[in-house]
Design a protein. Structure first.
Length: 270
């Protein structure tokens, strides 16, 4: 007897088939179904040592999923952070690090998770390209920059004696300069648009928050020009004197004379 399937029944059958297919694991997952935790960990470690990071991720994720409270679970989570990082998967590296910090705040290696979280943000910001002078990071969106700065700062604050603290401190110095330069790009935009008070405030903010950066000298120059735009030549003169005292060879100076770049005002001498 021939069975006639209606369009509606056919649709139900197709949906059921799709759901069953979705429930089935991938070939890689099915292959690991009967593998013991210790074997998964050893295979994951071996894959890491041979730079087979995709295989390592596969094994370490299997441990995290199937043996979340096993003997190797915590170490597997740490090594998974590193494996994600080595495959340039910055988002998953940061997520895995944040998860480890949340689940194991008192773990003896939690400082490593903080460090790797910052390092992933550092790489996401593409700072290596700036060192090659291919891009200027400070002119781009600074979301990753701020994340890296916050992560490294938290590491140093919480674990000042960590073996990762010295490297984090060096990176913070660099990041602080990037963030300061970004503020000056904004201040320069305000000067060109005639928003002189906003430019002065940006310059002052850089001085208050990043006083030890190279950008602090440019912040003084921004403030001088902003005050000139506001017609406050006395305040401009006071700030100019500070600029001369701290950066007598600044490129906006000719001797003791400041020449505005964006503001239509006479040069100012101290």
């Amino acid at each position: 007897m021939r069975v006639i399937t209606s369009p509606a029944r056919l649709a139900v059958l197709m949906l059921a088939g799709a759901l069953l297919a979705g429930c089935a694991g991938t070939p890689e997952e099915e292959e690991l179904d009967g593998v013991a935790e210790r074997q998964l960990y050893e295979e994951g470690r071996e894959a890491l040592e041979t730079s087979s990071y995709t295989t390592a991720i596969n094994r370490l994720e299997a441990i995290d999923t199937r043996f979340p409270f096993g003997d190797t679970a915590e170490q597997a989570q740490l090594e998974l952070i590193y494996a994600y990082y080595q495959t340039d998967d910055w988002e998953n590296a940061r997520a895995a690090a944040s998860r480890f910090i949340r689940l194991h705040p008192d773990h003896p290696q939690v400082d490593y998770a903080y460090y790797m979280r910052g390092l992933a943000a550092w790489q996401a910001g593409r700072f290596s390209l700036e060192r090659l002078r291919l891009i200027d990071i400070s002119k781009r969106d600074l979301g990753a920059t701020r994340d890296a700065y916050a992560d490294f700062s938290e590491l140093i604050q919480r674990y000042p004696s960590s073996q990762y603290a010295p490297d984090a401190q060096q990176r913070i110095v660099y990041l602080r300069n990037v963030l300061a330069r970004h503020e000056l790009h904004v201040a320069d935009f305000y000067l060109r648009k005639g928003a002189y008070l906003a430019a002065v405030e940006r310059g002052r903010w850089v001085l208050e928050n990043y006083p030890q950066t190279e950008a602090s000298r440019d912040a003084l120059a921004v403030m001088v020009e902003g005050y000139l735009g506001l017609g406050m030549r006395d305040r401009a003169g006071e700030t100019l004197q500070v600029l001369i005292d701290n950066a007598p060879n600044h490129d906006r100076l000719r001797g003791r004379t400041f020449r505005p770049q964006h503001v239509k005002a006479e040069s100012l001498s101290a």
